[in-house]
Write a protein that binds this ligand. Structure first.
Ligand code: GLN
Length: 490
């Protein structure tokens, strides 16, 4: 077989490593060279550390040499810089943690190390995962390899850029309101946010704890399924981690789609999306009908309230989670201050960026006496109504389809002065987080400016294997997921 490492699937890479066609050090060096060459342009990584990465690759080669095999053993992986990793800078995209070297590994990192994956580097992201474009990163925006004047989406934008530009075969992100699915859509990748509680949040820096969930980004659904097999699992250190029997997320990939009912929420399709996105999604739905699925109209009557409810609940939780960054325990401390209170104020004023401050203020406001009932409690009630809408909808269908984003990637700077416009990028994604449901985004064509369009599928609780099945069958019938941006010497 003629191996093309930058285009190969994880299964092909694992095969090449097992048969000694390539070593982990060779494979890793190839990706590291690409990272070092292209990162100055794309800003996908905050931290690259060739020495540490190659040490992991040598350890993987030793495991391979001893006869060990595994579907991910020896394959490089890029991490969103929100995952704590022992000995590595873990910045969360913030000046506040610009000097923070984690003393321990996140559960997800432990799982991938056990599987023998090699850490390629830590990826750029919106500060504390707050954003939809990676423009809120203290380290500057990541650039979309399909058009470097445009955003990559966010907040896991660096992870998406790394794969789309073939600097990494796969990556890990987190999704609080769309941050895996949205950058996957804008960069032409597949990304899955699992059911809340399937992936441990231990060591994943908290933004909004009741919504945050880690998940994989990759070139295909099959690759995502393999990564999810390694990531998922009970962890007693996260009190919301679910103790469930282990699942093989690859088990249903090949199943035919005959009789599958795809629900189309009339509220999502009524308005709000651009014409190019509408056309690509319509063509994808036609392809699904050819594959044997049926489409049925459904209703999610409260979906219009998901963005407002999300932007009350997420900042409320963030205002509490981010109180730990006070200049005392770790991270940044203002150099000059008069007393303790002055030190807190100056540290937080200097260490946090504008969007993070905005959310801390909103969160503190909606939780304060007199406003709690008016905002926070109302938002929680809406959250329940949204979950109830899905419960009713899943009586009529097996999965729910929509675009992932209302438009293709926009130009860097186009929405930076208008937070509400930026928040509206999340109209199709936030409801899954509010309800705790799994969601996947997969490439389904190209729109304005030849930029990728993503199709979102939402599933019922723990129905990841079925969603991956739908995505995989579509990817067998189409080649959108195999397209690569031009001009990056791929
Ligand atoms: N774009 C959303 C926000 O700004 C979602 C972010 C995320 O999922 N981490 O909060």
């Amino acid at each position: 077989m003629n191996l093309q490492p930058t285009q190969a699937s994880l299964t092909e890479l694992a095969g090449a490593l097992a048969s000694k066609t390539i070593s982990s050090v060779e494979l890793t060096t190839l990706f590291l060279d690409r990272c070092e060459k292209l990162n100055p342009l794309l800003n996908a990584f905050i931290t690259l550390d060739r020495t540490a990465t190659l040490a992991e690759a040598r350890a993987a080669d030793a495991r391979l040499a001893s006869g060990e095999t595994g579907p991910l053993l020896g394959i490089p992986l890029a991490y969103k810089d929100i995952f704590c990793m022992q000995g590595w800078l873990t910045t969360c995209g913030s000046k506040m943690l610009a000097n923070f070297v984690s003393p321990y590994d996140a559960h997800v990192v432990e799982q991938f190390k056990k599987a023998g994956m090699v850490t390629l580097g830590k990826c750029n992201m919106d500060e504390f995962a707050m954003g939809s474009s990676t423009e809120n990163s203290f380290y500057g925006p990541a650039r979309n390899p399909w058009d470097t004047r445009r955003v990559a989406g966010g907040s896991s934008g660096g992870s998406a850029v790394a794969i789309a530009a073939r600097l990494a075969p796969a990556a890990v992100g987190t999704d609080t309101g769309g941050s895996i699915r949205q950058p996957a859509a804008l960069c032409g990748l597949t990304g899955i946010k699992p059911t809340y509680g399937v992936v441990s949040r231990y060591g994943m820096i908290a933004y909004a704890s009741s919504l945050d969930q880690g998940g994989p980004l990759a070139k295909s659904a099959q690759d995502c399924a393999l990564l999810l097999n390694a990531m998922a699992g009970f962890d007693a250190r996260d009190s919301t981690s679910l103790a469930r029997p282990a699942e093989d997320y690859c088990r249903n990939l090949e199943q035919p789609l005959t009789g599958i009912r795809i629900g189309l929420p009339k509220e999502f399709f009524a308005q709000g999306m651009s014409d190019d996105v509408r056309a690509a999604v319509a063509a994808a739905l036609a392809e699904y009908r050819k594959l044997g699925a049926q489409t049925v109209e459904i209703s999610l009557p409260n979906s219009g309230l998901s963005v407002p409810a999300y932007y009350v609940i997420a900042p409320a939780e963030a205002s509490s989670n981010l109180s730990r960054f006070d200049g005392v325990r770790y991270g940044y401390r203002a150099p000059d201050y008069t007393d303790l209170s002055d030190m807190y104020c100056k540290t937080r004023a200097q260490g946090f960026g504008a969007e993070v401050k905005r959310r801390i203020l909103i969160g503190t406001y909606v939780l304060s006496h007199g406003y709690y009932d008016a905002y926070y409690l109302q938002a929680q009630k809406i959250r329940r109504l949204i979950a109830d809408d899905f419960r009713a909808a899943f009586r009529q269908c097996d999965v729910i389809a929509s675009p992932t984003t209302p438009g293709v990637a926009f130009e860097i700077g186009a929405k930076s002065d208008d937070p509400v416009q930026m928040y509206l990028s999340d109209i199709y994604t936030t409801s899954a987080n509010l309800a705790g449901l799994p969601g996947i985004s997969l490439p389904c064509g190209f729109g304005a400016g030849s930029m990728p369009v993503g199709l979102q599928l939402l599933g019922n609780y723990f129905d990841e294997a079925r969603m991956l099945n739908l995505a995989h069958r579509y990817q067998q019938a189409t080649d959108w997921h195999l397209r690569t941006p031009e001009g990056l010497s791929i």
